[in-house]
Design a protein around this ligand. Structure first.
Ligand SMILES: [Zn+2]
Ligand SMILES: [Zn+2]
Length: 359
């Protein structure tokens, strides 16, 4: 009998280690509990033990079969946890570090990546959409996607910052909001709370929140904003009145509904900027001359955010400039039924702000 020499002892495990996950198997069907193999890190990757995963409105869209989703897949793209294992080449994080996960894996080499537009990378893949995401016990991610979080920031707040907060931060940067400028927010959900706090940290002079749900307007008022019912016929005049007749300098549209969007555009001060953040199926018609040209207003599209913005965001949170504790109104376990109920509520419309899967 001849034994071939082997440099490594190979052991065949009696069972394959598996982890709990909540997955979308078929479009327009409820998510299901499923055990899937444990992830293993490549040399430039880390494994994160997930402590919090935010449930996003996008997850409801993906479950409904909308969007380019690689099925079957573990949903969840707002992720924070503890580094459990690192690949051989990893130097930016260590085992035991508290991290949040940037949800887009981009190539870093193409024209868009190099010009600072990584969200348009043709090779980009998103956790919870094109790669397995955060509704699971662990996740494997490129080490550069792991963003350190300060000890004072809870995991659930760090998780939520990775999507909604990061998106509105990107929107405010695109708008170039300056200290002393006024902001109006259309649609006061999870993104609205983040927008309000970030705008405060950036020195906004006044913040107006526009919504139709009384609880949301009350929440905005409790955080120092002036609330307006979006159904008012004189919405543009009302925004102008609140801003001392000047008009809003920046409007973030977080709702995607045509009539308040138009009213907000018409309420803008000269040089004002309307940033379109929400997906809106309705066409948006405006008068290019009266509504835009004569007042040098700008309409800006906003898509996702950049990895480079996340440490800045974490720094604002560490300094206490943003506190998302009021944005999280629901915590659920890592179970398909609980997550499906949250998604059902998002489909129906809910007075809840953010829900987070916590472990
Ligand atoms: Zn999201
Ligand atoms: Zn790229």
């Amino acid at each position: 009998m001849v034994f071939s020499a082997s440099p490594r002892l190979r052991v065949t495990p009696l069972y394959l280690p598996a982890m709990q996950s909540v997955r979308l198997i078929e479009p327009a069907q409820p998510l299901v509990d499923q055990e899937i193999p444990d992830p293993a890190p490549a040399a430039d990757e880390v494994i994160v033990e997930i402590r919090a995963a935010g449930v996003c409105h996008s997850d409801a869209h993906y479950r409904a079969g909308r969007g380019r989703v690689a099925l079957p897949i573990t949903l969840g793209h707002e992720i924070a946890g503890v580094v459990l294992e690192i690949g051989n080449d990893v130097t930016n994080v260590a085992v035991g570090d508290r991290v949040a996960v940037h949800y887009l894996v981009s190539c870093g080499k193409c024209h868009d990546c190099l010009r600072g537009g990584e969200q348009f990378c043709a090779h980009g893949e998103m956790f919870g959409k094109e790669r397995d995401g955060g509704f699971a016990e662990w996740i494997v991610v490129p080490a550069r996607n792991a963003v350190l979080i300060a000890p004072s920031i809870p995991f659930d707040e760090a998780a939520v910052m990775m999507c909604s907060t990061a998106t509105v931060y990107h929107a405010l940067r695109l708008a170039g909001l300056q200290p002393g400028e006024s902001l109006a927010i259309i649609g006061f959900g999870g993104l609205g709370v983040s927008a309000l706090q970030l705008a405060g940290a950036l020195g906004a002079s006044s913040i107006t929140a526009i919504d139709v749900v009384p609880e949301k307007l009350a929440a905005a008022a409790a955080l120092g904003a002036v609330g307006i019912d979006a159904r008012r016929d004189d919405l543009a005049n009302e925004i102008r009145r609140i801003t001392g007749g000047h008009g809003a300098d920046v409007v973030l549209d977080l709702a995607g509904i045509a009539s308040p969007r138009l009213a907000a555009l018409q309420s803008l001060a000269p040089g004002g900027r309307l940033v379109l953040v929400a997906l809106g199926p309705q066409p948006f018609t405006f008068d290019p001359y009266a509504d835009v040209l004569t007042r040098e207003r700008r309409i800006i599209g906003c898509s996702d955010h950049l990895l480079s913005e996340l440490p800045e965001l974490m720094d604002l949170a560490r300094r206490g400039d943003i506190d998302l504790s009021s944005a999280i109104t629901r915590r659920v376990p890592l179970e398909a039924q609980a997550i499906n109920e949250v998604l059902d509520d998002l489909d129906r419309g809910t007075s809840h702000l953010r829900a987070v899967v916590t472990r």
